[in-house]
Design a protein around this ligand. Structure first.
Ligand SMILES: *[C@@H]1O[C@H](CO)[C@@H](O)[C@H](O)[C@H]1NC(C)=O
Ligand SMILES: *[C@@H]1O[C@H](CO)[C@@H](O)[C@H](O)[C@H]1NC(C)=O
Ligand SMILES: *[C@@H]1O[C@H](CO)[C@@H](O)[C@H](O)[C@H]1NC(C)=O
Ligand SMILES: *[C@@H]1O[C@H](CO)[C@@H](O)[C@H](O)[C@H]1NC(C)=O
Ligand SMILES: [Zn+2]
Length: 477
């Protein structure tokens, strides 16, 4: 099964190379869109400085697959995530992007809704009181919709046991004193919900597209909008002008569904022609992945993480060049910023946050408040080309120190290396963590995404796979 998938992916690689050449040829600059335009503020201020305001952060978790038959650890760890991880990170909101439950039969081949899986999910949300600590926004995945004859059916347990409990897409605004931030959910689960393996693809009809367009327009006064949903856009069937055009005013679309393709693609990130980032996050089910994202002075940054690994580190200024988009963000603020800014979270206290650029030691960032660390810098010193910023966070040896890595952890960390997650565990005891990325204060430099990831996320697989539900893929998801 995995071998078959590997062959498919290798074949895909050739196609991806071709696709990359074509994309290049036709220009990644993008075509004009008749839809709501991005509204990047052109104002260089407020620019990242020494203040504790103008910043908030959230988390994403996806493909939890709580199961009555398999791996009870998914539920045990989710409970710890809701209490410990959320207690430490204190996100403004959490996006749970579908496949909350597994909904498979005992033999694993068929599908059906199990009320007890939903009760486990709701039980964890209630027991940990996570909804009192943060805003928990959950959407349905294909597994949550298996075998549901209609939305009114009692088997539509999402209505009874989820946090949101309302079918369809919605618009949530996170209001702060420094701006409004829109979060738009995308529910593309088919209705009625077919059984396995016939709902690998999401579907949107004309009416749903109109509703989504309305939500997009509603959000146009917000500083930013983030869309989130279960399916990648490549696995959603939608009428013209297509779902990517409808969400083109979004800074990013956060999704799940493809897990890590059985470990082959630990990083699935790309950018639409319209500039919107599409960021698939690895699954909770087998890989215990989650994501932190932040808006710092209206600059978007994120990091993909593994549950239980501390410290968690995110450099919010200067942000990563690969994920920068002048159409959606006020990138000139990098050049006007006075401080490097880092979010660092840990179970035990943090002893140092060290910054280097291009291998040159810049100094220790000082603690501002909460998880925010800052270091004065002069961005004009980096006005040419691209530069590599590296931040190393050391923490006290606390009770959370882990022993030698288990085989799984080693595998995950190797895969992360291969997938150039751009993070590496400095030492396996978890005493320190380094993250690094390329940045540029020049706006006319661009980096390209992994062509294979772009191929997987940007090809309309519904069309490619017509009449041939992708069985191998289906069986691992
Ligand atoms: C958010 O948008 C408002 C209105 O455009 C603007 O005044 C404010 O500075 C923005 N917030 C940030 C953090 O840039
Ligand atoms: C956020 O939205 C509210 C309601 O539309 C508006 O009154 C307020 O001025 C906005 N805040 C900012 C900082 O733009
Ligand atoms: C900027 O560069 C100048 C000259 O190369 C150097 O003296 C100064 O310390 C640098 N400033 C910062 C903040 O890195
Ligand atoms: C930028 O590049 C030019 C030419 O390569 C060089 O002369 C100049 O010193 C560089 N400036 C900085 C700030 O590195
Ligand atoms: Zn899934």
């Amino acid at each position: 099964m995995a071998a078959m998938l590997a062959i498919r992916v290798v074949v895909g690689l050739a196609a991806a190379a071709l696709a990359a050449v074509l994309l290049e040829h036709y220009g990644l600059a993008g075509q004009p869109s008749p839809l709501p335009q991005p509204r990047a503020s052109r104002s260089p201020h407020p620019a990242p400085g020494p203040g504790a305001s103008n910043i908030f952060w959230g988390l994403q978790i996806s493909d939890i697959h709580l199961s009555r038959f398999r791996d009870p650890g998914r539920a045990v760890d989710l409970e710890k995530f809701c209490s410990e991880t959320i207690g430490i990170i204190q996100p403004a909101l959490v996006l749970a992007t579908g496949d909350l439950t597994d909904a498979k039969t005992k033999e694993h081949l068929g599908s059906r809704q199990h009320e007890v899986e939903w009760q486990t999910y709701q039980g964890i949300l209630k027991k940990t009181r996570v909804m009192e600590k943060t805003t928990w926004l959950d959407v349905k995945g294909n597994h949550d919709a298996f075998n549901i004859p209609s939305l009114e059916s009692v088997e539509n347990y999402y209505r009874k046991y989820s946090a949101v409990r309302r079918d369809g897409s919605f618009h949530y605004v996170h209001s702060t004193p420094f701006g409004n931030y829109s979060f738009i959910s995308l529910d593309a689960t088919p209705n009625p919900g077919p059984k396995r393996p016939y709902n690998f693809f999401g579907i949107l009809d004309e009416k749903q597209m109109e509703e989504l367009l309305l939500l997009a327009k509603e959000s146009s006064r917000s500083n930013h909008s983030i869309w989130f949903g279960h399916y990648t856009t490549s696995t959603i069937l939608s009428p013209s002008p297509g779902i990517r055009s409808i969400m083109s005013s979004a800074t990013a679309y956060l999704c799940g569904h493809l897990h890590t393709l059985g470990g082959l693609m630990p990083v699935l990130h790309t950018r639409h022609l319209q500039g919107t980032l599409e960021l698939e996050v690895g699954d909770w089910k087998d890989n215990r992945r989650y994501r932190i994202f932040a808006f710092d002075h209206d600059l978007f940054s994120f990091a993909d993480l593994v549950f239980g690994e501390w410290p968690v580190v995110l450099i919010t200024n200067p942000k990563s060049l690969l994920y920068s988009c002048a159409r959606h963000e006020p990138l000139e603020r990098l050049l006007h910023s006075t401080h490097i800014r880092v979010l660092a979270f840990s179970l035990s206290s943090i002893t140092s946050v060290t910054v280097t650029i291009d291998g040159v030691h810049l100094g220790q960032a000082i603690h501002l408040s909460g998880p925010i660390f800052i270091l004065k810098w002069n961005p004009r010193n980096y006005s040419n080309r691209t530069h590599n910023i590296e931040v190393t966070v050391q923490k006290k040896l606390g009770e959370d120190v882990k022993g030698i890595m288990t085989g799984d952890e080693l595998l995950i960390s190797l895969l992360s290396e291969v997938g150039s997650l751009k993070e590496n565990l400095k030492d396996s005891a978890g005493r320190s963590k380094s993250v690094h990325h390329l940045f540029s204060v020049q706006e006319d430099i661009h980096l390209r995404f992994d062509p294979l990831a772009s191929f997987i996320l940007l090809t309309d697989h519904c069309i490619v796979a017509q009449g041939d539900p992708n069985d191998e893929l289906e069986s691992i998801l």
